[in-house]
Design a protein around this ligand. Structure first.
Ligand SMILES: CC(C)(COP(=O)(O)OP(=O)(O)OC[C@H]1O[C@@H](n2cnc3c(N)ncnc32)[C@H](O)[C@@H]1OP(=O)(O)O)[C@@H](O)C(=O)NCCC(=O)NCCS
Length: 173
């Protein structure tokens, strides 16, 4: 299967925060933002594998700054690394105040999507080619993040997590 550039999956999505998207403080609801992040991740992963894909897991999301009513939500998604049938997608979110013309960080997160065949079963995905320094940094960290989430999801035993063992103990034994 032909490898693909990480940049090919780059997805940009914008939304305007309307009253129905907000909580009692006039800020964007976290759940609404996670819904939009999931859609951006789905578009990035499907661009990479040219197939339908499904959310397998979402790593922890910490909200740094609330996004205000009337502001723009700017979401960028890109596949960091592809494994056998799964892909890790990095999401970054900013708020944008159009009146005062400034952008502020909201949060970032990692989503894992699995490519599906016509029978709804996991199917192989192309490997990824990281090109920029940032893409290479994210690619290198993806194995460790994958091992953490598979251990937490009960899909891997800590004894198998060689990347993590090397990180903490400097050895894979
Ligand atoms: C995601 C799902 C397809 C995986 O199916 P499965 O039978 O566990 O298949 P496998 O064990 O072969 O795993 C397939 C891939 O998913 C990955 N995976 C499974 N569970 C995972 C988890 N909790 N976190 C991260 N990756 C996970 C595996 O590591 C594997 O990746 P790889 O092929 O690149 O090594 C299945 O668990 C599922 O359908 N879950 C529900 C998804 C859903 O409803 N999403 C929200 C609505 S869209």
């Amino acid at each position: 299967m032909e490898e693909k550039r990480a940049a090919s999956s780059h997805t940009v999505m914008n939304e305007l925060v309307l009253p129905n998207d907000t909580n009692g403080f006039g800020n964007l609801m976290g759940g609404r933002l996670m819904y939009w992040m999931d859609i951006a991740a789905a578009m990035a992963s499907s661009k990479h594998c040219n197939a339908p894909s499904m959310t397998a897991s979402v790593d922890n999301i910490s909200f740094k700054n609330p996004i205000k009513l009337g502001n723009i939500v700017h979401i960028e998604a890109k596949v960091t690394r592809a494994f056998t049938t799964s892909m890790e997608i990095h999401i970054q979110v900013w708020g944008e105040d159009m009146l005062h013309q400034y952008k502020y960080e909201s949060n970032e997160a990692y989503f894992t999507f699995v490519a599906l065949d016509p029978h709804g079963k996991p199917r192989p995905v192309p490997k990824i080619i990281p090109e920029t320094e940032e893409e290479k940094r994210l690619y290198d960290g993806a194995l460790r993040r994958r091992q953490i989430r598979l251990i937490l999801g009960g899909k891997m035993s800590p004894a198998e997590a060689n990347e993590l063992k090397a990180l903490f103990f400097g050895t894979t034994i």
